[in-house]
Design a protein around this ligand. Structure first.
Ligand code: AGP
Length: 631
């Protein structure tokens, strides 16, 4: 079981995937106390979920008053100190922008045309464009670029005598995920909450009730919580709460007792954010894919690319820029884009690229990969590429970050905040984004046949499940980690699309356990590193079933012949490698285009468990920062 070494094993009995969640944080309150201090406290605790903009809406007895801004909770607290609002019923939000830049205008809460209701939302409304068009034709005026605002206008339009009736009617038109809380002027002491796909829980107090995206927001306020299930709708007033299903039938939900401190609850059952983020990958991969796959057309819809048909046809060269883990994703991207779109690709360390002479080559597309979107070297390389006349797209996780804003277009990962300094879920989502980019360009340039496109879309569709199955290797990884926790060096070997995974595995081990490790193309080993191999040198070999599998086997024989100890990452059904490998970790069989998304997972877990055994600060490793905003 994951996380046993920190004594959390018992409580983490339920499936580890139950806690995967992404993006924003919502909070709500109705009761006998001033709402704002309670809302701000909750937001501060949820800021690790999203921190690019925030806001509150409170019933002040005369209607609804909203305060919001682009920025973090301390700034919102200052704003409310300068311009306070009073009331005992309100909702609040801290954002991780997905639709619409991180601006004050797009910050939540969102209201309807008359400001008679206010709503906060965590999730993605997939048919927002359609709903917006219909509502606009019906005369509604939209004030933001967000998908969420459609919900406010839908409720405004919906039939029903009570807020809960109108919310239920409105949600009947919605496709996508939501955890939402809404208040309205007509019913001043009521909060209505609904859940589908995004986590929401209720806090039960004495004559007061709370709403939150996760329990960490309620610490110190109540120890009694009700976790809403998908499809639930709850009505909170000072007199009590009700949980209803889609047909307004009363539902009974258990009241759970909360224990543990903030760090514990924000982390859920996980001892570290890195492990939590490794385990979130089935969901984060699903979020990167969400709403982008077109099975019938055998392609991916990437609305944010802003690549005109002419620009797409004139593409002659792709230059990928990145640093660290993002550079490794770029190396995987080279294989994918050359194979799927037939365009030659160069992958550059951004820090080197920016100081080299930029050659103006028409038809060059520059792809800047960055989780934070703020890495100085990558940002400057983007500026250099633009100055050299290249079109630039960004593959970025942080919405509204500098690289996202300076690129001509791009792909957001939607992987949610990555707190652990060692990047994990961003890497797998970067590869998924690159597969979709290859698919999109290959189909648009009529290089990739429809059937091949459809097959890859089908493979991407089942990928979240394959990642979930790969995570079940954890007990095996945890069991073998103690044998390598005292190692001084390690070698990672891979071929083709999995050579960059070898580099990534080595980087993870270096970053968090401080063991020196190197990644190498497996065939390159004979040209030097093989001299390092002896019984003290753990060698991790990535050997999934693919076109170079037999070649990798011969490299494993070369290692074995020199007494090296091998951990093999192979494919289920690959047959027994016991003759060659001391340990075998088998990932589900899959297309070579997506295999790095699976083969990297056991390497993330191996680095994690070894670092924990060595007593390292896994989430805040020495000498490292999550976003390197300086040269
Ligand atoms: C990876 O685990 C490291 N945190 C680091 O190498 C990182 O990938 C690099 O600094 C690039 O960051 P970015 O993706 O935010 O640009």
């Amino acid at each position: 079981m994951l996380g046993g070494d920190t004594g959390r094993a018992g409580r983490a009995g339920a499936s580890i995937l139950k806690y995967s969640e992404t993006m924003c944080g919502i909070v709500g309150y109705v009761g006998h106390r001033e709402a704002v201090p309670i809302l701000l406290e909750g937001l501060a605790r949820l800021e690790y979920r999203g921190y690019d903009s925030a806001g509150v809406a409170v019933q002040n007895g005369r209607g609804i008053v909203t305060r919001k801004l682009a920025g973090r909770i301390p700034a919102l607290t200052e704003l409310l100190a300068r311009d306070p609002v009073h009331g005992r019923c309100g909702v609040a939000h801290t954002r991780w922008a997905t639709h619409g830049a991180a601006t004050e205008r797009n910050a939540h809460p969102h209201t309807d045309c008359e400001g008679t209701l206010a709503l906060v939302h965590n999730g993605i409304i997939e048919n927002a464009d359609l709903l917006r068009a219909t509502l606009t034709r019906a005369g509604h005026e939209f004030a933001t670029d967000t998908d969420t605002e459609t919900l406010a206008h839908l409720i405004e339009d919906a039939p029903g005598a009570s807020l809960e009736e109108r919310v239920t009617a409105a949600l009947g038109h919605v496709e996508g995920t939501y955890g939402l809380a809404v208040i309205c002027a007509a019913e001043p002491h009521k909060v209505v909450v609904a859940r589908r796909g995004s986590p929401v829980l209720l806090g039960i107090g004495d004559g007061e009730y709370f709403v939150a995206s996760d329990a960490s927001a309620l610490l110190g306020r109540t120890r009694s919580v009700v976790y809403l299930a998908d499809g639930d709708l709850a009505v909170l007033t000072p007199d009590g709460y009700r949980v209803l299903d889609r047909d307004a039938r009363l539902q009974v939900r258990p009241v759970d007792a909360l224990d543990g401190d903030f760090e514990t609850l924000a982390l859920g059952p996980y001892p570290h954010f890195m492990l939590k983020e490794i385990c979130e990958q089935p969901e984060t991969v699903r979020n990167t894919l969400r709403g982008r796959l077109l099975p019938a057309e055998g392609t991916a819809r990437l609305g944010g690319l802003n690549l005109s048909p002419g620009q797409c046809a004139r593409l002659r060269r792709i230059v990928i820029l990145g640093c660290g883990t993002s550079w490794h994703a770029g190396l995987v991207g080279r294989h994918l884009l050359e194979e799927l779109a037939g365009i030659p690709v160069d992958v550059e360390y951004a820090s080197e690229y920016r100081y080299r002479r930029q050659l103006r080559l028409p038809g060059t597309l520059t792809v800047a990969i960055s989780q934070s979107g703020e890495t100085a070297d990558t940002l400057e390389a983007v500026r250099a590429a633009r100055a050299a006349g290249s079109l630039v797209i960004g593959i970025v996780n942080v919405v509204g970050s500098s690289i996202a804003r300076e690129a001509d277009g791009g792909i957001y990962l939607h992987a949610g905040p990555e707190i652990g300094v060692a990047s994990t879920k961003a890497f797998t989502s970067q590869i998924v984004a690159l597969v979709m980019l290859g698919l999109h360009l290959g189909r648009r340039r009529e290089l990739l046949p429809l059937e091949a496109g459809r097959a890859l879309v089908a493979e991407l569709t089942r990928l979240p499940e394959l990642v979930a199955r790969t995570l079940e290797l954890d007990p095996q990884v945890q069991a073998l980690a103690p044998r390598y926790a005292e190692a001084r060096n390690a070698l990672y070997l891979g071929r083709g699309v999995n050579f960059p995974v070898a580099l990534e595995g080595a980087l993870k081990l270096k970053e968090i356990s401080y063991i020196h490790a190197e990644g190498y193309p497996a065939a390159e080993m004979k040209h030097g590193p093989i001299a390092l191999i002896d019984e003290d040198m753990p060698v991790v070999v990535i050997a999934p079933q693919d076109a170079v599998y037999t070649k990798v086997i011969s490299n494993m024989q070369e290692v074995k012949a020199r007494g090296g100890r091998i951990i093999a990452i192979t494919s289920e059904g690959n047959g027994d490698l016991a003759r060659l490998a001391d340990h075998q970790l088998a990932v589900p069989p899959c297309s070579p285009f997506v295999s790095p998304v699976l083969t990297v997972v056991p390497l993330q877990l191996l680095a994690y468990h070894i670092a924990v055994l060595r007593g390292c600060d896994v989430d805040r490793p020495r000498n490292l920062a999550k976003s390197v905003t300086v040269e």
